[in-house]
Design a protein. Structure first.
Length: 552
């Protein structure tokens, strides 16, 4: 596909830096990681970075000093650093929604000044954090009681997308830091089964619902919140006045919160310059704060801030989010990689990749540039993965011997969380797998090595491992709140770098709209058999089949 447009020379695929990378790719085609390591004894030492508590090893990537130099030149030419500075300054870099992009302000210290339209937003951020902290302390101490006077022991967060995935992920990651006497659940799916299973064993008198929605118009969340209110009032046999003690809201939309019947004093505010998928360190993290307490929450914010500062100030050669972003551009643009695996070797990171899916794919799953012109290069990859070692016994076969190039991030920790007790003894085995996998992926096993083991000749191709599969290893001492913040900020800024280079708006999400509109149109057809003008033949048949199966 070849596209020309008014942007002319500014188009990514017409830039000399892009062409230089293409040429370099041709010249280095066929080079194996084995050769790169053999030719350069200093490679493993040189290709590492330390950012806060995160040790990054990127030596097992299909790059040389020259590749990295060319990629950095591309970053400079495409204005990554200028856009980064504009983001940190609070400029409206989300152009299609005409909004600033300031999740970094959510973790800025109180002394910072960050202005949107001449207004310093930092005092507001800290006021909400303080309000959240006071509320969390009241719930955790039992001072805040429900309608019947019982203390709150259950928290149910109702939200979807960015109003669910972040706190749900972080709650799992930081389980060891949570109040184990408090039940915290997350309801997102409009499938009634989600809410049903979340509340069926709970005592309503001890349950707090947190309705989390930036817009407070999201149909799934409002439907579930309405059902939760009915359930609560039904269980308590109480009137509407019980709602105030059992419902709080996290939103940017005070009017809609009030319409729903939640007292605005029980609303924790955030702002339109916080994107949904960048919001769990805002008020959206209230459920997490209730679980881990305000101090640990602030430690997490400090971890985010550490990496923000690194991204903002570190030179290009040592800038970790820049490097990770560039590696993705290299594989998507010049190796035709379609996906990116994130493989955490920690059970606590079981929801980490699902969280990254929204962060990355909703941000960079775009096919027009900032000016609305079709792009002629790959944008965001399919992000996928589950914790090791489970994946090893499922899809790693394809990673090792399949036909696809799938760059992967391996994330592991030197020490297990303290409370594992005797089970901590299993940690070395877990981490032995962690190290073995990146080694096997990079270096593989040659036919000669297989033969030397006495393998029958007809089996040699089957037992050969091509190797040359690129991985990043991210190793930290322990999975603490701060380390979680560092990891998330690392990925946020990596996504930013890629969007900047691909010249797309990483902060809008128009692609989710069409399905929402069509669902609204189709619903009356399901319930009432209403005619939907313009409905295609396949969907019409399916709707008819559905109605027949429902006996309608
Ligand atoms: O917080 P809200 O407004 O309910 O939106 C939830 C999610 O819906 C989306 O807009 C996508 O449909 C996400 O970007 C967002 O995180």
């Amino acid at each position: 596909m070849s596209v020309t447009n008014a942007q002319g020379q500014n188009r990514l695929d017409q830039r000399p830096e892009w062409h230089a990378l293409g040429k370099h790719r041709e010249e280095t085609a066929g080079t194996h990681l084995r050769e790169l390591f053999d030719a350069d004894p200093g490679r493993a030492d040189r290709y590492t970075l330390q950012v806060g508590d995160l040790h990054l090893d990127y030596s097992k990537h299909l790059v040389t000093d020259e590749t990295l130099r060319l990629l950095r030149e591309l970053a400079a030419a495409t204005g990554v650093f200028e856009l980064r500075d504009a983001m940190f300054r609070g400029e409206r870099i989300n152009t299609t929604e005409d909004r600033a992009v300031l999740h970094t302000a959510l973790r800025a210290p109180q002394s910072a000044t960050i202005e949107v339209d001449g207004h310093n937003v930092v005092p507001g951020v800290h006021a909400v954090l303080t309000k959240m902290g006071v509320f969390a302390d009241r719930i955790r101490s039992g001072e805040w009681t429900g309608h019947t006077g019982k203390r709150i022991r259950n928290v149910v967060n109702i939200g979807i997308g960015g109003s669910d995935l972040g706190p749900a992920m972080a709650y799992e990651v930081l389980r060891a830091y949570t109040d184990r006497d408090m039940t915290v659940r997350f309801v997102s799916n409009v499938d009634g089964a989600d809410l049903h299973e979340a509340v069926r064993d709970l005592d309503a008198a001890e349950t707090l619902f947190i309705v989390a929605s930036k817009t407070f118009t999201t149909i799934e969340t409002i439907t579930n919140a309405t059902s939760a209110r009915q359930w609560l009032l039904g269980q308590l046999g109480a009137g509407e006045d019980a709602v105030a003690k059992h419902f709080v809201a996290l939103s940017t939309n005070a009017e809609k919160v009030t319409d729903f019947g939640i007292d605005p004093t029980n609303m924790f505010e955030f702002w339109d310059w916080v994107g949904g998928r960048y919001s769990y360190d805002s008020a959206i993290g209230l459920s997490l704060m209730l679980a881990i307490g305000p101090d640990a929450f602030r430690e997490m914010l400090a971890g985010f801030h550490l990496v923000d500062e690194h991204f903002r100030t570190a030179p290009a050669e040592q800038n970790a989010p820049l490097l990770l972003g560039l590696l993705g551009v290299w594989y998507g643009g010049f190796h035709d990689a379609q996906s990116h695996a994130v493989l955490p070797y920690s059970h606590y990171l079981s929801k980490f990749t699902a969280y990254l899916q929204q962060l990355d794919m909703e941000s960079n799953g775009k096919s027009v540039d900032r000016d609305g012109n079709p792009v002629n290069w790959q944008t965001g990859p399919v992000v996928w993965g589950t914790p090791g070692t489970n994946g090893q016994h499922a899809y790693y076969q394809l990673l090792h011997q399949g036909t696809k190039l799938i760059p992967a991030d391996f994330i592991g920790f030197a020490r297990p969380v303290a409370e594992l007790g005797a089970l901590a003894g299993q940690h070395d085995l877990l981490m032995a797998n962690f190290f073995a996998q990146t080694q096997a992926l990079a270096f593989g096993k040659t036919p000669d090595e297989v033969r030397a083991e006495g393998v029958a000749e007809e089996l040699v191709p089957h037992k050969t491992f091509r190797g040359n599969h690129p991985t990043t290893t991210i190793l930290a001492g322990e999975l603490t709140p701060s380390v979680l913040g560092q990891l998330i900020a690392l990925y946020e800024h990596k996504v930013f770098v890629q969007g900047a280079i691909w010249n797309i708006d990483s902060f809008d999400q128009w692609g989710v709209e069409l399905g929402k509109v069509l669902a609204k149109r189709v619903e009356p057809a399901l319930t009432e058999g209403a005619d939907v003008p313009g409905l295609d033949a396949s969907t019409t048949n399916l709707v008819a089949k559905y109605r027949a199966l429902r006996g309608r």
